[in-house]
Design a protein around this ligand. Structure first.
Ligand code: FES
Length: 154
């Protein structure tokens, strides 16, 4: 029998068709986007680990310019320290009383805002608007030898 009588072997079709590959790629991208988004949200809303910030916070007074704010840990809890435009210091719990998101100082609005559902607070912690049921807790703050201290001067 001559070689030319044998059928030529066809390359075996291996692999995934393009449509299936595209579906898998889109699903993988969707999963990755959902996972990274969930991580950001959960990390933002997660309680801070106990044990951090057990000592009183000590910040150089000149680090906080009028109209700006710093977020620090005090006794394991996030605290927002705001220096108002006239130089006064205010320290408040940075945990929104609605559902526990971290509040932020808005220099443009001169008030504290919650990015989650829009609660707004005054510098004394009182609720100005939004769904927050209670004021932010005030933390005693003072300056001692040019250092801002929470919990008042010692
Ligand atoms: S958690 Fe702040 S307004 Fe809802």
């Amino acid at each position: 029998m001559a070689d030319h009588d044998q059928p030529t072997p066809q390359p075996q079709q291996v692999g995934v068709d393009r449509r299936k590959l595209l579906q898998i790629s889109v699903q993988a991208c969707g999963f990755a986007a959902a996972a990274s988004g969930s991580y950001v949200v959960l990390n933002y809303m997660a309680p801070l680990p106990e044990g951090l910030g057990e000592q009183d916070v000590a910040i150089q007074e000149n680090e906080l310019k009028p109209g700006t704010a710093l977020q620090v840990l005090h006794k394991g809890k996030p605290v927002l320290i705001v220096r108002d435009s006239s130089g006064g210091l205010h320290a408040l719990s940075a945990i929104c009383t609605h559902l526990g998101c971290l509040v932020k100082w808005s220099e443009e609005q001169s008030k504290i805002e919650c990015p989650c559902h829009g609660a707004q607070f005054a510098l004394d912690g009182k609720v100005l608007g939004g769904p927050a049921p209670e004021a932010l807790a005030e933390i005693p703050v003072g300056v001692e030898h040019g250092v801002i201290r929470l919990g008042g001067p010692s």
